[in-house]
Design a binder for this molecule. Structure first.
Ligand SMILES: NC(=O)C1=CN([C@@H]2O[C@H](COP(=O)(O)OP(=O)(O)OC[C@H]3O[C@@H](n4cnc5c(N)ncnc54)[C@H](O)[C@@H]3O)[C@@H](O)[C@H]2O)C=CC1
Ligand SMILES: O=C(O)CCC(=O)C(=O)O
Length: 525
C-alpha cells in the first residue's frame, strides 16, 4: 500500500480520499525541516500547501518519494529541478483556488479604495473619524494587471463588472485572449504610467522577481494603489514602504511577503498599508477543491500510474494508464535492450510507432524508452527524470508515428545513433499483452526480454548450438528459453537465451572462445 504524508494543514477531505483509494496517509503538520527529513523516507507521496519547503536536502532524504502534490497553484516552495532529477513527479491543482484568490484581490482593492481596515479599527476604538476616511471610487478607474492567466483573467472579469478599465501586461497574453477578456494589452512601462490600481498575478520566477522594483515603482502614477496576492518577491518591499511614506503610493495591500510567515515586516505600521497573512486561497470552497483534487491526482498516480497536472511530466489519464501500461513495458524493454547493446556515447534516439501503438499518447512511450535506455547510466532513472537526463546529455530525441499497415498489429522501433552508426530494435505485443522482441539490429528474432539473458552473435555454422548448449551444461547454467535469428543462411546469427543466473565474466569469456563467436554479452531486464 503506498503511503502519503500530508505535511501542511489541509481539508480532511484529502485524507478521506487517499484512504478510500487504497493509500495509507499520515497527517503531521508543523514539522521543522530537520524533523521532516527524519521521517520523509517512509513515504511514497508528500501532499503540501505553501508552508512546507521541499528542498534538495528534503528530497535527498525522501528515498521512496514518487510524487509531490501541491494543494494549490504556486510551486515556488518546491525545488522542481531537484525533484525531476530524482524522478519525482510534481503536481499542482491549477484551478481549485483561483476564483477565491481573485476575489481576495478584489476585496483588497475595495479595502484600499475605502480604507476599510483602518476605518474599522478607528470606529471600534470609539473614534468617529468620518472626514479622515475619504475614499475613491473604483468606477472608471484603470486597473493594471501584471499577469493575466487564470487568476488575472478572473480579476479582469470582476473589475470590468465594476466598470473599471482593465489594462494588462503579460508577455504570453495573445491579442485574441486579451480581446476575449476585454482588456487592453500593454507593455510594462505603459501599465506603470497609466494604472490607478495595480494587481499582480504572476508566478515568482527569475523574470518576475522584483518586477515592481524601486525603479519601476518610481514610474507608477502618483496616487497608485498596489495589491499583491501572488507572491512575495515580486515587489521591493523597502521601496514600497518609501513610496507609501512619501505619499507617491496612496495605498498597498499585501497578502504575500518576501519572507513568510511574516511575523515581522518593515511594512507593518506604514500608513495606508493593509496586510493579510497569505489568505488568498483561504475559503472553505477553495480548500475543499484543492484537497480533493490533490488527493485524487496523487492516488491516481500511486495506484494506477495516471498523471494529471504534473509540472515535470506529460499528462496521462487514469483511464489511459492501464491501456498504455503494456506499451510502456515494451518501450522500456526495447530502450533497455538497445541501451545495453549500443557502444559509445548516444547521439540520438528515434522512437517509431506503427499500428495500435501509433494511436496512443506518444509521450509516455517516449519516456519509457528513455528510462530503459538510460538505465545503464543511472539506476535512479525513471519516466519522470529520463527526458531531463536525455536533455542534459544532449541526446536528440525524435518521435515518428507511422500511419501504415505493418506485419504486426502494433510495433515500436527504437533506433539509436552512436559512433558505430545506427542500431535498431523493434518489438510488438502479443495477444496476452506480452512484450516481444521481433527484430534486433536488422535480424528477425522473436524473443521475450525477461530476467537474465545471454546475447551471442556468431557465424551461422552447423554444430554451434550444440557446442554452446554443452558449454552451458558443463557450467551448470540452466536455459529457460532459446531464440535464434540469422541474417542469411551461413551469415551472421543472433542467439538470445534466458538463463537462470547472471552470466559472469568467466562464462562470457568461455562463450567468446567458442569457434565462430563474434560477441557475447550478459543482459538483464
Ligand atoms: N495568495 C494566494 O494564496 C495565492 C497565490 N497564487 C499565486 O498566483 C499566481 C498566479 O496564479 P494563476 O493565475 O493561476 O497562474 P497562471 O499560470 O494561470 O497565470 C500566470 C500568468 O503570469 C504570466 N507571466 C509569466 N511571466 C510573466 C512576466 N514576466 N510578466 C508578466 N506576466 C507574466 C503568465 O503568462 C500567465 O498568464 C501563482 O503563481 C501563485 O504564485 C495562487 C493561488 C493562491
Ligand atoms: O495554500 C495556501 O494557502 C496558499 C495558496 C497559494 O499560495 C497557491 O495556491 O499558490
Amino acid at each position: 500500500m503506498p503511503k502519503v504524508l500530508i505535511s501542511d494543514k489541509m481539508d480532511p477531505k484529502a485524507a478521506e480520499i487517499f484512504r478510500a483509494r487504497g493509500v495509507e496517509v499520515d497527517e503531521i503538520t508543523g514539522k521543522t525541516p530537520e524533523e521532516l527529513k527524519a521521517i520523509i523516507g517512509e513515504y511514497d507521496g508528500l501532499a503540501i500547501r505553501s508552508s512546507t519547503r521541499v528542498t534538495q536536502e528534503i528530497l535527498d532524504a525522501a528515498t521512496n518519494m514518487k510524487v509531490i502534490g501541491r494543494a494549490g497553484i504556486g510551486v515556488d516552495n518546491i525545488d522542481i529541478p531537484a525533484a525531476s532529477a530524482k524522478g519525482v513527479v510534481v503536481m499542482n491543482t491549477p484551478f481549485g483556488n483561483s476564483i477565491t484568490t481573485a476575489e481576495h484581490a478584489i476585496a483588497l482593492m475595495f479595502a484600499l479604495a475605502r480604507q476599510l481596515p483602518q476605518a474599522d479599527a478607528s470606529t471600534q476604538a470609539g473614534k468617529w473619524e468620518k472626514s479622515k476616511f475619504m475614499g475613491v471610487e473604483l468606477t472608471a478607474k484603470t486597473l493594471g494587471l501584471i499577469g493575466a492567466g487564470n487568476i488575472g483573467g478572473i480579476v479582469a472579469e470582476r473589475a470590468l463588472g465594476l466598470r473599471m478599465k482593465v489594462i494588462a501586461y503579460d508577455p504570453f497574453l495573445t491579442e485574441e485572449r486579451a480581446i476575449e477578456l476585454g482588456v487592453e494589452k500593454v507593455n510594462l512601462e505603459t501599465l506603470l504610467a497609466r494604472a490607478d490600481f495595480i494587481t499582480l498575478h504572476t508566478p515568482l520566477t527569475d523574470q518576475t522577481r522584483n518586477i515592481l522594483s524601486a525603479e519601476n515603482l518610481a514610474k507608477t502614477k502618483k496616487g497608485v494603489r498596489i495589491i499583491n496576492c501572488a507572491r512575495g518577491g515580486l515587489i521591493d518591499e523597502a521601496a514600497l514602504k518609501q513610496g507609501l511614506e512619501s505619499g507617491h503610493i496612496a495605498g498597498a495591500a499585501l497578502d504575500v511577503y518576501a519572507t513568510e510567515p511574516a511575523k515581522e515586516n518593515a511594512l507593518f505600521g506604514t500608513p495606508n498599508f493593509i496586510s493579510t497573512p497569505h489568505l488568498g486561497a483561504s475559503t472553505t470552497e477553495a480548500q475543499v477543491n484543492v484537497a480533493i483534487q490533490v488527493a485524487e491526482q496523487m492516488s491516481d498516480y500511486l495506484v494506477s500510474g495516471g498523471v494529471t497536472n504534473a509540472l515535470n511530466m506529460p499528462s496521462l489519464s487514469a483511464e489511459e494508464a492501464p491501456r498504455l501500461k503494456p506499451y510502456m513495458a515494451l518501450a522500456e524493454k526495447l530502450g533497455s535492450l538497445v541501451g545495453q547493446l549500443a557502444h559509445g556515447p548516444l547521439k540520438s534516439v528515434a522512437i517509431e510507432t506503427e499500428g495500435a501503438a501509433a494511436e496512443l499518447n506518444q509521450k509516455p512511450i517516449t519516456g519509457a524508452v528513455l528510462a530503459g535506455l538510460m538505465r545503464s547510466y543511472s539506476d535512479t532513472v525513471n519516466m519522470v527524470n529520463a527526458p531531463f537526463l536525455a536533455k542534459e546529455r544532449g541526446l536528440d530525441v525524435r518521435e515518428v508515428r507511422h500511419d501504415r499497415e505493418g506485419d504486426y498489429h502494433t510495433m515500436i522501433r527504437v533506433t539509436v545513433n552512436t559512433d558505430e552508426g545506427d542500431r535498431s530494435v523493434a518489438g510488438t505485443l502479443f495477444s496476452d499483452a506480452a512484450p516481444r522482441l521481433i527484430e534486433l539490429f536488422g535480424i528477425k528474432v522473436e524473443a521475450d526480454l525477461v530476467g537474465h539473458m545471454l546475447y551471442v552473435v556468431n557465424e551461422d555454422r552447423p554444430g554451434f548450438i550444440g557446442s554452446l548448449g554443452s558449454l552451458l551444461g558443463e557450467e551448470g547454467i540452466n536455459i529457460g528459453t532459446f531464440h535464434l535469428g540469422r541474417r542469411a543462411a551461413g551469415g551472421e546469427a543472433v542467439l538470445l537465451l534466458s538463463i537462470d543466473d547472471n552470466a559472469g565474466p568467466d562464462l562470457l569469456n568461455k562463450v567468446k572462445a567458442l569457434p565462430g563467436v563474434k560477441t557475447a554479452m550478459a543482459l538483464a531486464f
